[in-house]
Write a protein that binds this ligand. Structure first.
Ligand code: WTA
Length: 651
């Protein structure tokens, strides 16, 4: 059994909207031309993008040096990411952007700040000087452990300006997680805040830093932003308030002329098991990848107010809240808090008040909104929106349809973008002017990206069967390694197939060559000898009118090898029970086939998720198998979910 069967059939197609295509950054003709060029020579395609979309101090000598699995892009070129995000919008024909909003920020309590490109430039220079005065040199690592406030973006850009790689640790992680990441990266300085606001309360961060630093001998300095004003202990000689530090710092700081392969950042991602991996990204290739994709996929214009709801603690925030967006001179909106505070309509309220035009969020958020009910978005004027995007998980076709109908008013194209922390930028995606969409499909690879679906033995799988998603040729935003662990880098991504990148996801292609991502390979179930992706069964269940969300896992079964267990969250006001369970089984049998009928259905009001919103099927597998002890829960968002799940009603 080396193939994954695909049983779900989705037939709806949405044509690229004509009005939209007229003014798109990439029109149909260019898309066709770039596809052709990218298919023939990814190097020539990306070199063209690097020239068009990125400013270089010194041009490169060689586009790609590929010694598998190590790539170098734009070898010999020199540039600076913060120059590309800031300075170039203050010069020449773009100089008018000096007073254009770069960051529109809204705090959870409702306070707001707007930073123009001119102001952001000054703040970044000031903070870059503070870093220098604190002894941070080119190549030194800086850890950032902060809420979603403008200072986080400022700190990122200041690090980039002086060539000090940053390592952002999501503010929701524990002291222990922070300590491990600081030590693994060998960071020299930490930037944090007294706290941030979440669910209406100040949520302290500094105490976790103090606790972490008991085990981090190399940290000489901590810079603390005053955000909440809560009582905060400061260690003299080590800790400094941000506002004191920047007060006398000069607003002039020349951007370092950095090598194209100079490290830009490390970002830790948890593998399914074991210790987090420090994914390393560098300068020229990464910037080219995120700038070009943001321009083409989000169609960014000077008139746009773009909002990506991801936290900067994740790759989506790095690439498409900060770097890719500001490099295009676009306005990026940042929101500090939770989507449902003070009410379930907070997101829609933000969109209406700021006139958001492009909105990028995660399927997990969309499913939450489906459950909360249509009245919340319908109570707001969302007519400013012109383009929608999703990322982070496969989107179930019914959630896609809801997004299209209720949020997009049937007029906005949806870009379902597949990519990973490791890929740096978007890899498989619709292009709004030129790719017809199908609910649940990420459609086609971006030009210059060579993706395919392979069998166990490295053969391309024929549609409609599924297999392993691979990337066959190097791309500019690709990870350059795992920090300090080249062996793990080879083993994880490059050992199954030689010289071809293994993404770890299952996928299949349809007769139009469209990609359908079926979730992580580890989540595939083997039912009576058929390998079935959890995602398809979940989508079938979510397509039922009474269901908001579902997670499907396998549990050992004597008869069938594996039996399907479905955890189901009904929509608000729906009674769970035997009747509904029978309805759902019949529904799955009809949608996919009897083989996919869940043996157990367990109703629950919440599913275990990581802090970035991904369902932790690993924990559900343990619960479904009746294990008393479940595996590692350090990345779990809400611990109480586990108890509630154990008590969930079994039918
Ligand atoms: C999943 C997030 C289906 C996938 C940018 C991938 C998706 C993992 C999609 C990476 C999508 C991301 N459709 N699945 N559009 N986007 N994924 O590193 O399993 O947080 O491997 O990067 O998310 O998650 P990461």
């Amino acid at each position: 059994m080396d193939q994954i069967e695909s049983l779900l059939k989705e037939k709806r197609v949405f044509k690229a909207n004509r009005d939209f295509t007229k003014n798109a950054n990439w029109n149909r003709k260019q898309i066709a031309e770039y596809r052709k060029l990218g298919a023939k020579s990814p190097e020539r395609f990306w070199a063209k993008m690097a020239r068009n979309d990125v400013s270089w101090f010194t041009p490169w000598k060689k586009t790609l040096q590929w010694k598998p699995p190590f790539a170098k892009w734009f070898v010999g070129g020199k540039l600076n990411v913060s120059y590309n995000c800031l300075d170039r919008h203050l010069e020449g024909e773009n100089a008018w952007r000096r007073n254009k909003a770069a960051i529109v920020w809204e705090g959870e309590p409702g306070d707001t700040r707007v930073l123009t490109f001119g102001e952001l430039h000054r703040e970044v220079c000031r903070f870059a000087n503070v870093l220098k005065e604190s002894g941070v040199r080119k190549g030194d690592r800086v850890a950032l452990y902060m809420p979603m406030i403008p200072e986080l973006a400022i700190a990122l850009l200041a690090c980039a300006r002086i060539g000090a790689p940053h390592s952002v640790v999501f503010g929701g992680f524990s002291a222990e997680a922070l300590r491990d990441r600081i030590n693994d990266a060998g960071a020299k300085l930490v930037v944090t805040a007294d706290g941030g606001f979440r669910r209406g309360e100040p949520h302290a961060l500094k105490p976790a830093v103090d606790e972490a630093l008991e085990g981090c001998p190399d940290i000489e300095r901590v810079i603390v932003v005053k955000r909440t004003g809560q009582a905060t202990a400061m260690k003299s000689g080590r800790d400094l308030w941000w506002h004191d530090a920047v007060q006398n710092a000069s607003a002039k700081c020349a951007p370092a002329r950095l090598d194209s392969e100079h490290p830009l950042f490390i970002l830790y991602t948890s593998g399914t098991t074991g210790k987090p991996k420090g994914i390393l990204h560098t300068t020229g290739g990464y910037l080219t990848h995120v700038t070009t994709t943001a321009k083409a996929i989000f169609d960014l214009k000077d008139s746009d107010t773009y909002w990506c709801t991801a936290d900067i603690g994740w790759i989506t925030g790095h690439s498409y809240v900060v770097y890719g967006i500001l490099a295009n001179g676009a306005t990026t909106l940042m929101y500090e808090g939770t989507p449902t505070h003070p009410g379930p309509d907070r997101f829609w309220d933000i969109i209406e008040r700021w006139g958001v035009t492009v909105f990028y969020t995660a399927p997990t958020a969309i499913r939450t909104f489906v459950r909360l009910g249509d009245e919340h978005p319908k109570g707001h004027d969302l007519s400013s929106l012109r383009l929608l995007g999703t990322v982070g998980e496969p989107i179930n076709p019914e959630a896609w349809m809801w997004y299209h109908r209720v949020i997009g008013g049937r007029r906005c194209p949806i870009v379902d973008t597949w990519w990973q922390t490791e890929t740096g930028g978007i890899m498989i995606t619709p292009l709004p002017a030129g790719v017809d969409t199908k609910p649940g499909s990420a459609t086609l690879p971006f030009p210059g990206v060579h993706a395919d679906v392979w069998s166990e033995d490295g053969q391309p799988v024929k549609p409609p069967n599924g297999g392993f998603l691979v990337i066959e040729k190097p791309w500019p935003g690709m990870l350059r390694g795992i920090w300090g662990d080249p062996k793990r880098f080879r083993e994880t991504y490059w050992s199954k197939y030689r010289e071809t990148y293994l993404a770890g996801d299952g996928a299949h292609r349809d007769s139009d060559r469209y990609f359908w991502i079926m979730g992580r390979i580890d989540d595939v179930m083997n039912i009576s000898g058929h390998r079935i992706g959890t995602m398809e069964v979940e989508s079938a269940i979510v397509a039922h009118a009474k269901v908001a969300e579902s997670a499907v896992v396998g549990r050992p079964d004597e008869l069938t090898g594996t039996a399907i267990v479905a955890f189901v969250t009904p929509k608000g006001g729906v009674a769970a029970g035997d009747g509904l369970a029978q309805e759902l089984r019949a529904h799955v049998a009809k949608q996919i086939g009897p083989i996919a009928k869940p043996a157990d259905i367990r109703f629950t009001d919440a599913l275990p998720k990581t802090r970035s919103g991904k369902i932790m099927r690993r924990l559900l597998r343990d619960i479904a198998a009746g294990k008393e002890e479940v595996g590692d829960t350090t990345t779990l968002e809400d611990y109480s979910v586990l108890t509630r799940l154990r008590e969930s009603q079994e039918t």
